[in-house]
Ligand binder design. Structure first.
Ligand code: FAD
Ligand code: NAD
Length: 473
């Protein structure tokens, strides 16, 4: 039997990072990945690179450019006539980015001597891994350590079955070849809002049906309220408290039935995206006699350091508890590789940033004011609007605000919440500040270049102490 120090199953951002770090640390490493792209070619990178983070951001950027050309360029004195939209070219650009990025991981594997085994991996008893290549017979491999990083899959709704044509999941939403006139999205979560933004900017009338009565329940309420206001202003029709009960597909359209507080409703659209969350990939991953333990929600059970109940077997990324975010999985991958190599690996789960790549962008780190208050922690907060920031005005991107929540007695920053331009980049400063245990005064006394969007973060920190310069405190 072939022997490895580390076998990783799954090459998404959790698994491929774990494999590279393991190899960097001198361990003989193999990574088993079963994915084949729409052309049937084996590809590394998992959901994130192939059908998630990267392709969705490519389309968000393309659609943003188109929207700005039509809607905000004229305010800059730039007028364009006879603007046309080539959706197929847009999708082809996205595909090329995916191809380049996934090819990049292949090169990194080669450079780091990570062996890529193309096919399916299954954990057997005694840290033996059964590898079934795409073509060929299963082979047994012996590992000192196994890292399970098999990711997640979209949850399907029995009331609205996917048909791959009119009713699609998030992967299908990245492949439309023309702009649907009317688009229904089930779930106003992260994917619903991002993909809804893409197709709305390109001209679809978008209706989002959300089961919960609270919009973006995980976000700070002030930010969620502002987000709802901005998205509705952009024309997204967000219907809260909508319980979907059925669907009927014809050759021309789809009719969704749902119930809300006014009774039974129907919605007829050209296409539907189902985006109601994701579930962990654990099917066919382990033999019964491996005795791997799952938790009550079907995720692989792990401790704080991603150890499963089997010594020498770890699990990371979307297949374990915690937010389903690429950077969370990657960080766990590094932690586990370092622990295996005898180093002190650690992930600070309190400083994982969240970003929603809408316009305005939404980003946060730490806890919300409502969660802190519910936990009985005394807090004070400060806010600052982008409308009072010179750079935001120059960019014509004045919607939104920064909110900083600090401990009322120690002033330690407990949460930073941003809705506004480049929130995805601005949040990094807050993550670093929180990693170093900064107080809001520390941020307020830090020099920020002028004119930059980051001055809004500083002004929000000043505002915690009612000392903001460019607003009436
Ligand atoms: P995955 O990326 O799902 O990778 C797991 C891999 O394991 C897959 O390639 C799969 O083929 C393989 N595999 C599974 N079982 C086996 C097996 N038995 N044998 C061999 N291989 C196997 N997150 C962000 O942080 N930022 C974003 O902007 C963002 N945007 C997203 C947009 C969309 C549309 C979607 C769907 C997700 C997005 N996410 C984003 C979430 C992000 O993609 C996931 O959190 C991340 O990919 C999880 O990484 P992972 O390595 O745990 O799993
Ligand atoms: P989500 O959990 O963000 O949102 C799903 C939404 O669907 C929720 O608001 C939920 O209340 C609603 N819902 C559930 N069942 C429903 C039903 N029957 N009818 C109507 N609404 C229903 O999940 P998602 O948007 O599918 O994204 C999946 C995961 O991918 C997320 O956990 C997220 O972390 C990750 N992701 C991250 C990013 C990012 O970081 N920018 C982008 C996309 C996806």
């Amino acid at each position: 039997m072939k022997k490895y120090d580390v076998i990783v199953i799954g090459a998404g951002p959790a698994g491929y990072v774990a494999a590279i770090r393991s190899a960097q640390l001198g361990m003989k490493t193999a990574c088993i990945e079963s994915y084949r792209n729409k052309h049937g070619e084996p590809a590394l990178g998992g959901t994130c690179l192939n059908v998630g983070c990267i392709p969705s951001k490519a389309l968000l950027d393309s659609s943003d450019q188109y929207y700005r050309l039509l809607n905000t360029f004229p305010e800059h004195g730039i007028k364009a006539e006879k603007v046309t939209l080539d959706v197929e070219a847009m999708i082809a650009r996205k595909d090329q980015i995916v191809r380049d990025m996934t090819g990049g991981i292949r090169q990194l594997f080669a450079a780091n001597k990570v062996e890529w085994l193309q096919g399916h991996g299954k954990l057997l008893d005694g840290k033996v891994v059964e590898f079934t290549p795409h073509e060929g017979e299963p082979e047994r491999l012996q590992a000192e350590n196994v890292i399970l990083a098999t990711g997640s899959t979209p949850i399907e709704l029995s009331a609205v079955p996917l048909d791959g044509e009119r009713v699609v999941d998030s992967s299908g939403a990245l492949e439309f070849t023309s702009v649907p006139k009317r688009l229904g999205i089930i779930g106003a979560g992260v994917i619903g809002l991002e993909m809804g933004s893409v197709w709305s900017r390109l001209g679809s009338q978008v209706v989002l049906l959300e089961a919960q009565t609270e919009f973006l329940a995980a976000a700070d309420t002030r930010i969620a309220r502002e987000a709802l206001r901005q998205f509705e202003r952009q024309g997204l029709d967000i219907r809260l408290g909508a319980r979907v009960t059925g669907s009927k597909v014809t050759s021309r359209n789809v009719t969704i039935t749902y119930e809300d507080d006014k009774g039974e409703q129907t919605l007829t659209v050209d296409k539907v995206i189902v985006a109601v969350g994701r579930r962990p990939n654990t099917e066919h991953l382990f033999a019964d006699d491996s005795n791997l333990l799952l938790d009550e929600r079907g995720f692989i059970h792990v401790d704080e350091q991603c150890r499963t109940n089997i010594p020498g077997v770890y699990a990371i990324g979307d297949v374990v508890r915690g937010p389903m975010l690429a950077h969370k999985g990657s960080e766990e991958g590094i932690m586990v590789a370092e622990i295996i190599a005898g180093k002190p690996g650690f992930v600070n789960y309190n400083t994982i940033p969240w970003v929603i790549y809408t316009d305005p962008e939404i980003a946060w780190v730490g806890r919300t004011e409502q969660a802190l208050k519910a936990a009985g922690i005394p807090v004070k907060s400060g806010t600052f609007n982008f409308a009072a920031n010179g750079r935001a005005r120059a960019m014509q991107s004045t919607a939104g605000l920064v909110k900083i929540v600090a401990h009322a007695e120690t002033d330690r920053i407990l949460g930073v919440h941003v809705i506004g331009p480049m929130a995805s980049e601005l949040i990094a400063e807050a993550v670093v500040a929180m990693e170093y245990g900064a107080s809001s005064e520390d941020l307020a006394r830090t020099i920020h270049a002028h004119p930059t969007l980051s001055e809004t973060v500083r002004e929000a920190a000043l505002s915690v102490h009612k000392q903001a310069i460019h607003k009436a405190n």
